[in-house]
Design a protein around this ligand. Structure first.
Ligand SMILES: Cc1cc2nc3c(=O)[nH]c(=O)nc-3n(C[C@H](O)[C@H](O)[C@H](O)COP(=O)(O)OP(=O)(O)OC[C@H]3O[C@@H](n4cnc5c(N)ncnc54)[C@H](O)[C@@H]3O)c2cc1C
Ligand code: FES
Length: 251
């Protein structure tokens, strides 16, 4: 069931020059939320931004009734969101999308840029099942990185940067972690990265799920602006995704 509720900003933290994290406290008990699901955030009603913005759920704390979001400022909507202060309220429609199924005993999670956001809660879910996943995170440079302590609580973390300022130099697909074997790969990030990981997994016969970030408007299957071409026809990324088995995606 979808909810439309006001949350209170309990914490706001800048993680680097363009990423910030919001901890949002619900007024009621949170419903069950799957890793990979997202929220549609209402941008300040005084601004000219009418459409809500889709943002992945980064973490859920059902003890404190808080969810976390990591947001990258890219345009008007996210710049407006960056102005919100602790103690203020924000309206969310949630939880949206299908989310990740927790499958496999030996998973690899690969995120690029702000696509690392949903992988924290996914790693936490694996950890709760007694599995410590490997997580590979890709950034353009050290300047784009965030503090990884939260990820290290639940996973073995590996880093790639394009300029080699931290971790392995080059694309995530060039990281030596790919010399090891996995039974399932989960990925979220820029389309060329997810496509390369999809090609790798199909070639090596590894089950792989990608969380797509197609542009969205309504977030509930009404406007069809988020359709993705798949082997089973066009699918709404907001309701039938954002997570797809890569064997079904026509990129
Ligand atoms: C399911 C889903 C989960 C997402 N999770 C996160 C998240 O956890 N954190 C986060 O920061 N962002 C996330 N995004 C992307 C985020 O929704 C967009 O960056 C945001 O809507 C841009 O709004 P804006 O008004 O700031 O920018 P706009 O003015 O709308 O656009 C500014 C620039 O961003 C690009 N852009 C807009 N929408 C997207 C998009 N969906 N994907 C890629 N580029 C886009 C535009 O092409 C343009 O170049 C997610 C998107 C989806 C669909
Ligand atoms: S965003 Fe409107 S149908 Fe998906």
């Amino acid at each position: 069931m979808k909810h439309c509720d006001n949350f209170v900003v309990s914490e706001k933290k800048f993680l680097n020059s363009t990423f910030f994290k919001l901890k949002l406290k619900a007024k009621e008990n949170l419903p069950l939320i799957k890793a990979g699901q997202f929220v549609e955030v209402q941008v300040n009603s005084d601004s000219k931004v009418l459409l809500r913005r889709p943002i992945s759920i980064n973490d859920v704390d059902s003890q404190t009734n808080e969810i976390s979001l990591i947001i990258q400022t890219v345009g008007q909507g996210t710049k407006e969101l960056a102005k919100i202060n602790e103690g203020e309220e924000i309206n969310l429609v949630y939880p949206l999308g299908n989310g990740f199924n927790i499958e496999g005993e030996n998973p690899l999670l690969v995120g690029g840029g702000v696509g690392i956001a949903p992988l924290l809660y996914l790693a936490k879910n694996f950890h709760a099942k007694g599995i410590k996943p490997k997580v590979l995170l890709g950034f353009r440079s050290q300047e784009q990185m965030i503090d990884l302590k939260e990820y290290e609580k639940y996973a073995d973390v590996y880093i790639s940067t394009q300029d080699g300022s931290v971790g392995s130099k080059g694309l995530v697909t060039e990281n030596e972690i790919f010399t090891q074997s996995y039974d399932t790969i989960y990925t979220c990030g820029p389309t060329p990265m997810m496509r390369a990981i999809s090609d790798y997994s199909l070639k090596n016969n590894i089950k792989c799920y990608a969380s797509l970030e197609n542009k969205m408007a309504c977030g509930i299957g009404a406007c069809l602006c988020c359709v993705q071409n798949t082997t089973e026809g066009h699918k709404c990324t907001c309701t039938e995704g954002p997570v797809f088995n890569v064997k079904d995606i026509i990129w």
